[in-house]
Design a protein around this ligand. Structure first.
Ligand code: ZN
Ligand code: ZN
Length: 183
């Protein structure tokens, strides 16, 4: 079985955890996890660990962003967002249920305790929330470029204040009226 990224490199037997084997690429350090292996590990792993807000260490994924073919059944794999501040995606084969993780991705997920949530990441519920998060981040970037970080922080503060104000509509009307005092 060859690496879906390096293509000509053969995957070798490895282990991500004591009870979780993977097929590892000696070149790009990616890991192929059989769907069934992950479910078995999850059962033994015990209760879902609470998510850690900050990563223990700042690991960079070696993800290239291109679509990959499943190393087992050659199906084109789908990309699933991780979200929660993590920028890379998981590659998942709908055919055999296997998961491809690029180099460092298991470690990065583990440092946030998200490594026992791969099953949840593959649900539409998780994906919809991750898409909302990505969209919010994208818009924040655009507004920060447009207004500058300081003004953007200020307008957001005003917005929160307005949103929670019982006279919100009147305040907005006052703010946008060219001549509120009629002079
Ligand atoms: Zn590789
Ligand atoms: Zn497959």
């Amino acid at each position: 079985m060859n690496c879906p990224v390096c293509e000509s490199t053969e995957l070798i037997q490895g282990a991500l955890e004591a009870n979780l084997t993977s097929m590892k690429c000696p070149d790009c350090k990616g890991n192929w996890i059989h769907g069934a292996e992950y479910w078995k590990w999850l059962e033994k792993h015990g209760p879902n660990l609470p998510e850690m807000p900050e990563p223990v260490n700042d690991l960079q994924s070696s993800e290239t962003g291109k679509y990959l073919d499943c190393p087992e059944c050659q199906f084109r794999m789908s990309k699933f967002l991780v979200g929660h501040g993590i920028g890379f995606t998981l590659d998942h084969c709908e055919g055999c249920k296997g998961i491809w993780l690029d180099g460092n991705e298991w470690e990065a997920l583990k440092s946030r305790n998200l490594h026992d949530d791969l099953n949840a990441m593959l649900t539409e519920f998780w994906q919809a929330s991750a898409r909302r998060e990505a969209r919010r981040k994208h818009l924040e970037k655009i507004y920060t470029q447009k207004f500058g970080a300081e003004d953007f922080a200020e307008i957001r503060r005003v917005r929160v204040w307005l949103d929670n104000h019982r006279n919100k509509q009147e305040l907005i009307a006052f703010l946008t009226d060219k001549d509120p005092f009629g002079i």
